[in-house]
Design a protein around this ligand. Structure first.
Ligand code: GLU
Length: 382
C-alpha cells in the first residue's frame, strides 16, 4: 500500500498582520509536513479584494520568513485560481448539486426576516429552477441527511444538514466565495491535512459536503483551539494579539517564539525546550491539545532565555545590535563591540529577550568616568 505524500498548507487572508495564532497554525502545519517528509505550502487567500492589502501580504511573508517557515514551492495566491473556482461551481450546477438563485439583496433580506428562527437558509429557486436573463448567484444545494467528520483534535462530529445554509458559491459578479475557493484550492494543491483554528470547525462540515458533491477526497481535519489571553478571555490586542513582528521588536528570537508557540497547543510529555530539529522529530498530530491555550508571558520569557543561552556570542551580539544601537544613538565603535563580545558570557544568562541586553550592557556603553549616583556613593562610604 502506498501512502500519499503529506501536503499541508497555511492559508491566511491578507487583511491584517500575521498574529501569533496564525503563526502557531503555520508552525503546526510546517512541523507536520517536515516530520512526515511532506510539503508545506503557503496560500494567500486574497479573493476578498476590498479587505486584502499588499501591506498585509508583505507582513505575512515577512513574518513567515522571520520564523523560518519556508513554503515548499511557490507561494500560491488564491486570486490566480479563480478560473478553477468558477469551473467547480459550474460542475456542481451541472450535477444538480448547486442551483442558480436570482434573489435580489432586498428579496434575501425579506426571506431572512421571515425565516423561523433556527432554520437554515433555503432559496425559493432551490426547488424551482429557472434560466432567466437576470443576475444570479450559484448556491450549493445542501443535501438531505447528516455530515460526519472525524477530526484529529476534536474527535467525531456530526451535523444535521438541515442546519446548513444553502451557501453562495459564486457571487453574481462571478467571484467565488471563501467556501468554494478553499475547497477547490486545497484539492488542486493536493492538500492531505488541514490544520487550522477551530473557528473553522463548522466550515469543515460545509466543506466536506462540497468535496463529496465534487467526488473529491476529503482531507484529514485537525481543528486546534484558539489562543486565549492570560485571563482566559478571547485574545485581544491588550493581551498580546499582536503581529509576530511585534514579538521580534520586543526582542524574542524566532526559535524562542516557535518553541513557545509549539508548547502552547501541543505536548507529548513534560519536555518544554526544543532546540534545532527536536520539534520536527517529536511532532505528531496526537499531541495537539483540545483545550484552549492561555498566553503566558513568563513562560515565553523563560523559553526565550533558554534559546538565547544557546546562540553563539557573535551571532547573539549581531541579533542584539539593533536594540543596542537605538540605545547608544548610532553605530557602536569597534572597541565597544569587542568589549560587549567579551562580556557576552556574563550578560547572556541575565537576559530574557534581546532587548534586555540594553539594560544589562548599559554600564559598558557609558562614557567614562561613570558618574556615581548618590545612592552608590553612600554604599561606597561604608
Ligand atoms: N483564510 C482563512 C483565514 O484566514 C483560512 C482558511 C482555512 O484555513 O481554511 O481564516
Amino acid at each position: 500500500m502506498t501512502t500519499k505524500k503529506v501536503i499541508t498548507r497555511f492559508a491566511p487572508s491578507p487583511t491584517g498582520f500575521l498574529h501569533i495564532g496564525g503563526a502557531r497554525t503555520a508552525l503546526f502545519n510546517w512541523l507536520f509536513a517536515k516530520k512526515t517528509g511532506g510539503d508545506f505550502k503557503l496560500r494567500i487567500e486574497d479573493t476578498d479584494k476590498a479587505r486584502s492589502t499588499q501591506v498585509a501580504t508583505d507582513a505575512i511573508l515577512d513574518g513567515m520568513a522571520w520564523l523560518g517557515l519556508q513554503s515548499d514551492g511557490d507561494i500560491i495566491y488564491q486570486t490566480h485560481n479563480v478560473k478553477a473556482h468558477i469551473k467547480a461551481a459550474h460542475t456542481l450546477l451541472d450535477k444538480g448539486a448547486a442551483y442558480k438563485c436570482y434573489c435580489t439583496p432586498e428579496a434575501l433580506k425579506d426571506i431572512r426576516e421571515n425565516m423561523p428562527s433556527g432554520t437554515a437558509f433555503r432559496s425559493p429557486y432551490r426547488d424551482n429552477e429557472k434560466d432567466l436573463d437576470l443576475p444570479f448567484t450559484i448556491r450549493f444545494r445542501v443535501p438531505e441527511g447528516s455530515t460526519h467528520i472525524s477530526d484529529e483534535v476534536q474527535g467525531d462530529i456530526t451535523w444535521q444538514n438541515k442546519d446548513f445554509d444553502d451557501l453562495v458559491l459564486l457571487r453574481a459578479d462571478g467571484t467565488p466565495t471563501y467556501m468554494l475557493a478553499v475547497v477547490v484550492d486545497d484539492h488542486d494543491m493536493g492538500v492531505t491535512h488541514v490544520i487550522r483554528g477551530d473557528d473553522h470547525l463548522i466550515n469543515a462540515g460545509r466543506q466536506t459536503l462540497i468535496y463529496k458533491a465534487l467526488d473529491w477526497d476529503v482531507p484529514i481535519w485537525a481543528h486546534i483551539p484558539l489562543i486565549h489571553g492570560p485571563d482566559g478571555k478571547k485574545l485581544s490586542k491588550r493581551h498580546g494579539a499582536l503581529g509576530v513582528e511585534a514579538y521580534r521588536d520586543m526582542g524574542y528570537l524566532a526559535d524562542g517564539l516557535n518553541n513557545y508557540l509549539l508548547k502552547l497547543g501541543w505536548s507529548d510529555g513534560d519536555q518544554e525546550l526544543f532546540f534545532d530539529d527536536e520539534a520536527v522529530k517529536a511532532f505528531s498530530l496526537d499531541g495537539l491539545k483540545s483545550s484552549p491555550a492561555r498566553l503566558d508571558f513568563d513562560k515565553m520569557d523563560f523559553i526565550n532565555s533558554q534559546h538565547i543561552l544557546r546562540v553563539k556570542n557573535t551571532e547573539l551580539l549581531a541579533l542584539a545590535m539593533p536594540f543596542l544601537e537605538v540605545h547608544f544613538g548610532g553605530p557602536l565603535p569597534e572597541t565597544l563591540r569587542n568589549t560587549l563580545l567579551r562580556a557576552m558570557d556574563t550578560l547572556k544568562p541575565r537576559v530574557k529577550t534581546l532587548k534586555d541586553f540594553v539594560e544589562q550592557a548599559d554600564y559598558l556603553m557609558r562614557s567614562r568616568p561613570i558618574e556615581i549616583s548618590e545612592r552608590a556613593k553612600k554604599a561606597f562610604k561604608n
